[in-house]
Design a protein around this ligand. Structure first.
Ligand SMILES: Cc1ncc(COP(=O)(O)O)c(C=O)c1O
Length: 388
């Protein structure tokens, strides 16, 4: 067992060795510019890219022409939100003032900050609050709609508490009303069976490094349907059907494709295995006094557990758990020492939010590692409580 034991799969996943092999092969064999039309090297690189696009589309049950490669979910979220508003003509302040968007206070910063930026320029945003379990209801979204609502942007799975939004139910309701739905699915892709053939989401953000692919590559799904388009936010050679210019990073894209294919082949069995591990972890620690599970346990992705340990300071706990690699709050905002805004939105006190650990399990987590984590947490929490 390698220590510290890695229990931070929601921050990023290790590269699957099979993905690494595919990427190495691509770096050796399909290194040419996939946009080069004049020689066989270019054609081979293009074929590798298109193969990966198909693999990505297959995982989402989408059409490969609906997949735009980006640098990750942060860029995809920016492209979806800014690109959609711009394509509808909401560009400068006088126009942005006429538009309304619905989102939530527990989105990832890549959505919150993008919308907040536009809000400063006049956009009107309704920020939905989750209930104490982290849940946002379909009615809550529908009640927030206005005559000028052009977009709803909600995540599928929350990165801190793993709680799911009811996207399957919401999407057809918004479709009826002709309101565009963008879903940040960075924490859902590869973990939940997402069928975009059946669920009418319009725009969906993907990040390869959350499902055992490389960092720095992702995708935006843009549904091919009349009336839906997005304006490019990066201009240049007109790659990706004009929606995202820049020479394609073939080996990164090949890695994303391989990761998608592996996810598709193993998704259900893998999430069952991970759920069993999480149950084992929870059983191991739930008898500790004064602990709280943050977020609904039933509406939740398999690999996430977020727990507050009353009377114990999270940073001290983390420092004492040297043999475990995990997060307090979200890794994406871990430069700040503010209590997690997601946990605060669930109604936790600063103290309980500060005492939270996010434990996230994944493909390579073993029972032995979970048992080790249980013992380490039990001993450390008891020790810290005794000392205070
Ligand atoms: C829900 C969510 N959205 C967006 C992102 C950003 O993704 P990326 O690292 O690919 O930019 C993350 C990852 O931190 C995430 O968890």
């Amino acid at each position: 067992m390698q220590k510290p034991v890695y229990l931070d799969y929601a921050a990023t996943t290790p590269l699957d060795p099979r993905v690494q092999q595919a990427m190495l092969r691509s770096m050796e064999e399909t290194w040419a510019n996939p946009a080069s039309r004049t020689h066989v090297y270019g054609w081979q690189a293009e074929e590798a890219v298109e193969n990966a696009r198909n693999q990505m589309a297959d995982l989402l049950k989408a059409d490969s022409r609906e997949i735009i490669f980006t640098s990750g979910a942060t860029e995809s979220n920016n492209l979806a939100i800014k690109g959609l508003l711009e394509s509808k003509g909401f560009v400068d302040s006088s126009e942005l003032k006429k538009a309304h968007v619905v989102s939530s206070v527990i989105e990832h910063k890549a959505v919150i900050d993008t919308l907040a930026q536009l809000e400063k320029r006049g956009l009107s945003v309704t920020w939905l609050q989750p209930d104490s379990q982290g849940l946002i209801s379909v009615d809550q979204v529908l009640n927030a709609l206005q005559d000028n609502t052009v977009l709803v942007s909600l995540m599928w799975v929350n990165n801190e508490i793993g709680v799911l939004n009811p996207i399957e139910v919401l999407a057809p309701r918004l479709q009826e009303k002709n309101i565009v739905l963008h879903v940040d699915a960075a924490q859902a892709v590869g973990k939940l069976p997402l069928d975009l053939g059946a669920i009418p989401v319009d725009l969906l953000s993907v990040s390869a490094h959350k499902f055992y692919g490389p960092k720095g590559i992702g995708a935006l799904f843009v549904r091919r349907r009349p009336g839906l388009s997005i304006s490019a936010q990066i201009h240049g050679g007109g790659h990706e059907r004009g929606m995202r210019s820049g020479t394609l990073a073939t080996h990164q894209i090949v890695g994303l494709g391989e990761a998608a294919a592996l996810a598709e082949a193993n998704l259900l069995a893998e999430s069952e295995k991970i759920l069993a591990l999480r149950t084992r972890l929870l059983k191991g620690i739930e008898s500790l006094p004064n602990i709280y599970i943050n977020g609904s346990l039933t509406q939740r992705v398999a690999g996430n557990l977020n727990v507050s340990f009353g009377g114990v300071e999270g940073e001290t706990l983390l420092m004492s758990l040297r043999d475990l690699a995990l997060s307090t709050g979200s890794a994406c905002t871990s430069v700040t020492v503010e209590p997690s805004y997601v946990l605060k939105a669930l109604g936790l006190s600063d103290e309980l939010a500060h005492s939270a650990l996010r434990i996230s399990l994944g493909r390579f987590t073993t029972e032995e590692e979970v048992d080790f984590a249980v013992n380490a947490i039990r001993q450390t929490v008891a020790g810290l409580r005794a000392a205070s």
